[in-house]
Design a binder for this molecule. Structure first.
Ligand code: FAD
Length: 395
């Protein structure tokens, strides 16, 4: 007979560990199966090694989902940023707010993994490392609903939690097993794609702007009706930086990325007011934007003549582009550089309260494998904690 557990959690990342802790505290016999040689590899590298573990202002508006925008409200309300902060403080982990409500460890993200490990230990959770799940099937025995086939043999359980994350950063052990299980049980999926990801220039833009690699500019970046004021960073292939990662979640194919290069003023009013200054566009832009950028951008879109010699129509076109520069990226840098995976198990398939599959009693999906993706800035971990907690209360 295969060893039986009340609950098996596949994936020892943020969501899986939180879920296991809560279920263990409720007296459930819980096993976490993790194919890596250690827990929480993504937590370890997150936030530049300091783990941006939550955002104090996380609410449902900070998440992208193809289903109802209300879906994540219930879980987020029942395990809030304050609840995770209480856990961090209980374990005496020093932390600070970096900006925009983003909380980071003062020292190391290892402390967050250790917190979760200690909580697992005190909740009696069994952890199996180097245990790769190959397949899931229905079980036959009484009280057993699922059979899990792994590199360490077969296990059965009453409740099965899929916490295997998305496809981003494959070198850290991402696999598509969660999606495979969802499809196997007939659940609707939203096609996965890279999120919070740098964008690449088309060949014309690359030729002009690759020279700016390493330069950062404060802008308002927009896609659709979503806008973020933060830095963009020119790379040798395209654009990155927080503003770009944020809008990448909202960018649709064939739609432009829009950049307002002068977020604090009307470019037309400014150019008009400077018309008699004797300056060229390049020298004027250099007052408000990095010199190197002013030069390259003016050469591509402006004129070398002094502003007063430019016809009004030309001035208007330049001003329009300064406040609303439309770029059509060639694509993105893919999963190897994406912080998260958009898409996943369609939220309409899951109970928003428990994350249980409506049509498959006992089967739960939590964390990034679900079609709920947060903004950059601690929101994705908050979803992992909250969805893990919600399922942990129910299984
Ligand atoms: C470089 C980087 C930095 C990030 N920084 C931040 C940040 O600072 N703040 C923030 O909020 N978010 C950050 N994120 C996003 C965040 O890490 C994820 O959203 C979060 O880890 C998702 O948690 P999860 O538990 O759903 O999945 P994961 O953390 O990915 O955990 C899934 C686990 O399942 C295991 N697994 C997969 N397949 C199998 C299998 N077949 N058998 C057994 N185990 C399996 C994996 O090894 C993994 O341990 C970052 C992501 C990256 C890539």
């Amino acid at each position: 007979m295969s060893p039986f557990w009340d609950v098996i959690v596949i994936g020892g990342g943020a969501a899986g560990l939180m879920c296991a802790i809560e279920a263990g505290k409720r007296g459930r016999r819980v096993a976490v199966l993790e194919h890596a040689e250690r827990l929480g590899k993504k937590i370890l590298i997150s936030g530049g090694g300091r783990c941006n573990f939550t955002n104090i202002s996380a609410t449902a508006v900070n998440y992208v989902t193809s289903g109802s925008p209300h879906f994540c409200k219930s879980a987020l309300a029942r395990f809030t940023p304050a609840d995770f902060i209480a856990l961090v403080e209980k374990h005496r982990i020093p932390y600070h707010e970096k900006k925009l409500g983003q909380l980071f460890c003062d020292f190391s993200s290892r402390q967050i993994v250790e917190l979760l490990q200690r909580e697992c230990l005190s909740a009696g959770v069994q952890i199996r490392l180097n245990c790769k799940v190959a397949e899931v099937a229905r079980a036959e025995g009484e009280g057993e609903r699922f059979l899990v086939r792994t590199s360490q043999g077969e296990f059965t359980c009453e409740s099965l939690v899929i916490a295997t994350g998305g496809l981003s950063f494959p070198k850290l052990g991402a696999t598509g097993i969660g999606y495979k299980v969802a499809e196997q049980f007939g659940l609707e999926m939203v096609k996965p794609r890279p999120g919070l990801v740098p964008l690449t220039f088309d060949s014309a833009d690359l030729q002009t702007f690759a020279a700016l690699s390493g330069l950062s500019v404060d802008v308002i970046a927009s896609a659709g009706e979503f806008s973020f004021r933060e830095n963009i960073l020119f790379t040798h292939r395209g654009l990155s930086g927080p503003a770009i990662l944020q809008v990448s979640n909202y960018l649709r194919e064939k739609e432009p990325l829009r950049l307002n290069l002068l977020p604090d003023l009307s470019a037309l009013d400014w150019l008009e007011s400077q018309r008699k200054s004797g300056r060229t566009l390049k020298s004027l832009l250099g007052l408000r934007l990095p010199q190197r950028f002013a030069q390259v951008w003016s050469e591509r879109f402006g004129s070398a003549r002094p502003l007063e010699q430019l016809p009004k129509r030309e001035l208007e076109t330049i001003a329009g582009r300064l406040n609303n520069w439309e770029i059509f990226p060639a694509g993105d840098e893919g999963y190897s550089k994406a912080e998260v995976t958009l898409g996943g198990v369609h939220t309409s398939e899951l109970s928003s309260k428990t994350l249980e599959a409506r049509r498959v009693p006992g089967l739960y999906f939590i964390g990034e494998v679900v079609d709920v993706t947060g903004w950059l800035g601690g929101y994705n971990f908050q979803w992992a904690w909250a969805s893990g907690f919600a399922a942990g209360q129910a299984i």
